[in-house]
Structure formats: C-alpha cells, structure tokens
Design a protein around this ligand. Structure first.
Ligand code: 8YV
Length: 328
C-alpha cells in the first residue's frame, strides 16, 4: 500500500501528479475547516499533510496516529503546535525565501497607498467627484527621505528595508532582531530599541513571526509613543497588534494612518470598523498572493514533502529536532 497524503490547499495538476506518482493523494482543494468529515476520516491513515490555512491542534494530531510530516505552504508557522509536533516526531517544513520579495512588494504597496492616499483618492475619482483640482485636505505625505522603522528584520523585513533605503532614500531603523552589521554597511540600517524606533519613525512596519513573545507586542503604550504623523504597517500577523488599541489610536488621531494586510480575525468580521476608516488601507492577506509566488510556494512545499517522506532533509525544515537521528 502506498503511503497516504492529504492535500488541503490548491495545487496545480502537475504538482498533484508529482505526488500521485508515488503516493495515494486525498485532495481537498481549499479546505477551510478541519471538521470536514472526509478529511477527518482520511487523517486516520495519513502519513503526510500538505496545505495551509488550517489550525493544526494536538487534538487533530491525535486523529492522525501515522503522521510523519507536515508540509506547510506558508512561511509563518503560527498555526502549528511546533513543540508538540517535535515531541511526537512529526517533521514540519515551510516555504521561506520564495515569497520574500513578493511580500516585500506588498509591504511597499501598503506604504505608498497609505502615504499617498491612493485607495481613497482613486475611489473619489471613481465616484465622479473630481470636478476641480484637489485641495490640501486631500494631500498625502512623502515617503522618500523619511524614516522607516522595521519591527523585525528577517528576510522579508530586510527586503522591505532594501526597497526603502536604496529606492526611496529612507533612513532605516530596526528593532526586535539581532544586530546585522553587514546591513548597517549596505543600507545604513541602524539597530535600536523598540522605544526609540517608535518615537523616531514615520513608517512603523511590523514583520515579526507570531509567537508568545510577539503576541500584542504593539498595544496602546506603543501607539502612544509613535509620532502623530506616523503610518503603521502590519504585514506580520493580526495578533502581533492589540487591534482595539490600534483602532483607538487611528480614531483619535494618535497616528495618521495604517496599511494592514493581516487582522486578528480573518476574513475580517462584518462589524470591524477598519475597512470603513478613511485613514486605513486594508488588504485581504495578500502578502504572497501573486501567481508566480503562490506557484513557487506550492512547489517548494511539494518538494519538501517528497524529501521528508523519503526520510531526507527537506529544503526548508522548521523543526529538524523532530527527527534527531536523521536531521540532527
Ligand atoms: C500565505 C503567509 O498567505 O506564508 C505565510 O506565512 O502568511 C502567506 O504567505 C498564507 O500562509 C496562506 O498560504
């Protein structure tokens, strides 16, 4: 009997064929709930999972006693109980690198759209309200030459900083990351404490992984420290921010605006005020969502899964400690 794989995110036919050549594949397309009865049933015999967007709980793992490996089509692993996976000897792999530049592009789209009020003013034109040249109350604020504060300075944070420093002549500060002397040289980026970054930045961009240390890292005290002209960008995860405190800060003018790709609850609940706020640009979690990058992420995940099921090191393992003898 070939091993059984459950795929619960869209893969293209060629990628599915790669898996089907060697394994029995239960393909669920885009599954949004782990309660799907067919998925539950197949879990009992699954050796490998490939997908994204499902919260993987210890209870769900109990229903998958043969599971050897999970291949996530994402770089973020906040929906997996990583320590529990390692304890059970289940190897998790993810998809860094292939989405770095695309997600950094999204970050810059949010910076530009928020600063220059692109969405609001494009809507104004669409409504046919552009009858005379616009007045100062519709002007935006410059991006070039300003200070960009990166909270988190991993691959994506560095790619955003590179765009800011080299393309827009921005001064870059970064916090919540170890100092990176080579980038101080190349980009003039300066490592500092979070407080200093909040006080000095015109654009404050959150791009840290979500974990126990970063949950609600940005709350009321942090918004209070930002400039009243600051624009806050969140490309990380909604829970990195205290969303209620952010809404308060945006409503009372404690900060100028926000560009948001991620939210505490996704999709946004109907009663969220965020999409209706004039000083907010809200996107539906599109950080990596281009044809090229989503295809590359899925391919990386397929490659990771095939290697792991062969007992080999995947291209991007997240918890190699799960297999200490093979990968340690
Ligand atoms: C994806 C992401 O949208 O990779 C991540 O961590 O947040 C995004 O690239 C998401 O994981 C769904 O595939």
């Amino acid at each position: 009997m070939p091993k059984r794989i459950l795929a619960y995110r869209r893969l293209d036919e060629q990628q599915l064929d790669q898996l089907r050549e060697r394994y029995q594949v239960d393909y669920f397309g885009k599954l949004s709930s782990a309660d799907d009865p067919a998925f539950r049933e197949a879990l009992g015999e699954a050796h490998g999972l490939i997908g994204a967007g499902l919260k993987i709980t210890p209870e769900l793992l109990d229903a998958a006693p043969q599971l050897e490996t999970i291949s996530s089509i994402s770089v973020g692993v906040d929906s997996y109980p990583v320590a529990e996976l390692s304890r059970r000897g289940i190897l998790l792999s993810h998809t860094p690198d292939v989405l770095t530049e695309t997600t950094a592009d999204t970050g810059f789209a949010l910076i530009m759209a928020s600063a220059r009020r692109v969405v609001e003013l494009a809507e104004y034109v669409k409504r046919g309200e552009w009858q005379e040249s616009i007045g100062a109350e519709q002007f935006g604020t410059d991006v070039h030459g300003k200070t960009l504060g990166m909270i988190g300075f991993g691959r994506i944070g560095q790619a955003i900083a590179r765009r800011g420093a080299l393309g827009f002549g921005m001064r870059v500060l970064y916090a919540k990351a170890s100092p990176k002397p080579e980038l101080e040289q190349a980009l003039g980026a300066r490592h500092c404490e979070l407080d200093e970054l909040l006080r000095e930045s015109d654009f404050v961009c959150a791009i840290v992984p979500l974990n126990a240390e970063t949950r609600h890292l940005i709350g009321a005290p942090e918004f209070a420290r930002m400039k009243s002209s600051a624009i806050f960008i969140n490309l990380a995860r909604g829970e990195v921010v205290d969303e209620t405190a952010m809404i308060d800060a945006l409503e009372c003018g404690e900060i100028r605006g926000a560009g948001l790709d991620v939210f505490a609850q996704e999709p946004l609940p109907a009663d969220s005020p965020l999409p209706r706020m004039a000083n907010v640009v809200a996107l539906p979690h599109i950080g990596s969502a281009t044809h090229e990058t989503r295809t590359a992420m899925a391919q990386r995940a397929v490659d990771n899964l095939l290697l792991a099921l062969d007992g080999e090191r995947p291209l991007s393992p997240f918890n190699p400690e799960a297999w200490p003898e093979r990968l340690g």
